[in-house]
Design a binder for this molecule. Structure first.
Ligand SMILES: [Zn+2]
Length: 239
């Protein structure tokens, strides 16, 4: 498979982003270094009732100091990451890239990261499958119900939901996916700043659980892109 990075409009992991101008590649506001592209989703290539000639791009700083600390610990990395929606207006601009300058330490982790961010994994198609809310989501809703039905009834429901999930194999996929339901690793972490109804746009595994991914999310958890119904507002979170 050809993994050479290209400045293109395709949906992909890592590699080079679509840029509209030579200064369009975002820099980390903490260290000033280039933030590698983690993920790019072309909204005209996805199965949607409202395809758009636009991209979702997610960038994250990979710079570490000599002690191995990243620019900004933990999520949300408001100053060392960026999620943005970009309209495709002009052919992709190409700029010179030297990812190796991002790594001042020549250890095996830096070498691995350099390889990861340099190899582009293009998304060539989509396969439909059934997806269901995770028990974490159901649990969150049940807390809300406790006031109405009491704790005993809630326990009964909870146990039977687990059984139902096992019997019917209606599980929430932990794989990378477009749409569906978030697979939270512990508790739900829906972004709070979005006031409107939101839906999962894309779930991405970190490099602990995915061969494609270039970024390790907290404790090997997942990254989630959430969207409002009209795709105006996109938020990235982990959980
Ligand atoms: Zn940085």
């Amino acid at each position: 498979m050809d993994c050479r990075p290209r400045f293109s409009i395709h949906s992909k992991y890592n590699g080079y982003p679509y840029l509209q101008s030579p200064t369009d590649w975002p820099l980390c506001t903490m260290c000033g270094n280039l933030m590698p592209l983690v993920f790019q989703l072309n909204l005209s290539e996805i199965p949607s009732i409202r395809p758009e000639n636009a991209l979702i791009q997610y960038f994250e700083c990979v710079t570490r100091d000599l002690a191995g600390s990243t620019c900004e610990l933990g999520y949300p990395k408001n100053n060392s990451s960026l999620v943005r929606k970009v309209k495709i207006t002009v052919p992709p601009i190409q700029v010179p890239v030297d990812f190796s300058s991002l790594f001042s330490v020549e250890d095996s982790f830096s070498k691995l990261m350099l390889k990861k961010i340099s190899l582009e994994h293009k998304i060539v198609g989509w396969q439909p499958f059934d997806d269901y809310p995770s028990l974490v989501d159901v649990n969150a809703k049940m807390e809300y119900l406790t006031a109405y039905i009491g704790e005993d009834a809630l326990d009964f429901l909870w146990e039977n939901l687990e059984v139902l999930e096992k019997i019917e194999n209606k599980h929430c996929s932990s794989e990378d996916k477009l749409f569906g339901y978030p697979h939270w690793s512990q508790t739900e972490c829906y972004p709070k700043k979005m006031s409107e109804e939101i839906e999962l746009l894309y779930q991405i595994n970190g490099f602990v659980t995915s061969a494609r991914s270039s970024i390790a999310f907290r404790d090997g958890e997942r990254g989630m892109f959430f969207q409002t119904d009209d795709l105006k507002d996109i938020v990235f979170t982990t959980g």
